[in-house]
Design a protein around this ligand. Structure first.
Ligand SMILES: O=c1ccn([C@H]2C[C@H](O)[C@@H](COP(=O)(O)OP(=O)(O)OP(=O)(O)O)O2)c(=O)[nH]1
Ligand SMILES: [Mg+2]
Length: 148
């Protein structure tokens, strides 16, 4: 599918998000900052990506997810855990970078910070009822099927 993208920072012109391999699901987003940004332990900051995208079709959305290397090795994850980009959002894509580790982390300008995944979405209609059709699970949850 084709998605309209605006380049908001000239540095992004020749490094638009791209799938790194034929099977990649994620597009890396870069930190479009002018100077290195130090994130103290447990600090978080909204980081611009230098691009805006207009998905347009309400049958799709985008998710911003951490990169596994940064998240696992350096504790750089997202302040909102997962970012949800609505199909009608036209502003700059922003990444809430959260240093959940115990040591400071310095984010370099244009470093790949997070990744974006385009996903299908179903906008549901609601049908109000007083009883649901019976299922094997019913209201069971929270380990109701046992351990192991
Ligand atoms: O990590 C994120 C999360 C959201 N957004 C943008 C796109 C999204 O469509 C919009 C609104 O996000 P969301 O609905 O999650 O935030 P909200 O707190 O509910 O704000 P709003 O009242 O504007 O919907 O902000 C980002 O750029 N990055
Ligand atoms: Mg919202």
């Amino acid at each position: 599918m084709k998605i309209d993208v605006k380049i908001l920072d000239a540095r992004m012109a020749d490094q638009l998000p791209a799938y790194a391999t034929a099977g990649s699901a994620g597009l890396d987003l870069r930190a479009c900052i002018d100077a290195p940004l130090e994130l103290a332990p447990n600090a978080w900051q909204l980081v611009p990506t230098g691009i805006a995208m207009f998905i347009r079709d309400p049958g799709y959305a985008a998710l911003i997810l951490p990169r596994s290397g940064l998240g696992h090795k350096h504790g750089i994850v997202l302040g909102n855990l997962v970012g949800l980009i609505d199909s009608d959002y036209q502003g700059q894509l922003m990444v809430s970078a959260w240093n959940r580790s115990t040591v400071p982390f310095t984010l370099a300008p244009m470093e790949r910070l997070a990744q974006l995944v385009i996903v299908p979405v179903v906008q549901a209609q609601f049908n109000v009822v007083t009883e649901f059709e019976a299922t094997e699970r019913g209201e069971g949850g929270y380990g109701s099927t046992g351990k192991g």
